[in-house]
Design a protein around this ligand. Structure first.
Ligand code: 4NP
Length: 144
């Protein structure tokens, strides 16, 4: 799960998808394309929204997406088109590129919809993001 800061959207996506999959079979992680929040906890507003839905994302720490993630993971879900451009710029071949998916393609196929960045908005933005990610992760988990 990849966003810009790895403190708002992708930590939620990581927590949500993890809650829907068997941890013995699937490794779910998140990262940001930016470096500003390496080592930081998720944004308090993401922690609270997760909590409200019974998820604990407190122990996550920010990290930056890197080229080796293409070797480590089978699927790379990005939150928006800017994340997608940034991740694709690190891809080394077609196999890498094919791993990259806009996460809301799961529920709005071919509509090219971004998960809005809630960082500068109010608390409702975080709940909206939660709802979108929950639906998208249902699709992902069902398919896997
Ligand atoms: P995220 O939100 O990409 O959903 O984690 C952001 C958080 C922080 C910043 C940008 C986006 N920032 O510029 O610090």
């Amino acid at each position: 799960m990849v966003c810009l800061g790895n403190i708002c959207r992708s930590p939620l996506a990581e927590g949500i998808l993890k809650s829907k999959l068997d941890s013995n079979k699937y490794l779910v992680d998140s990262a940001g394309t930016g470096h500003w929040h390496i080592g930081n906890k998720p944004d308090q507003r993401s922690i609270e929204v997760a909590n409200n839905h019974g998820l604990n994302i407190n122990n996550q720490r920010g990290r930056q997406f890197s080229q080796k993630d293409f070797q480590e993971f089978d699927y790379i879900f990005v939150m928006d088109n800017s994340n997608k451009d940034n991740v694709l710029s690190l891809a080394q071949n077609d196999e890498d590129k094919q791993k990259v998916h806009l996460i809301l393609d799961e529920i709005f196929p071919n509509e090219n919809v971004d998960v809005p960045d809630p960082y500068y908005g109010g608390d409702q933005g975080f709940e909206n993001v939660y709802q979108m990610l929950d639906q998208a992760c249902n699709e992902i988990a069902n398919r896997l």
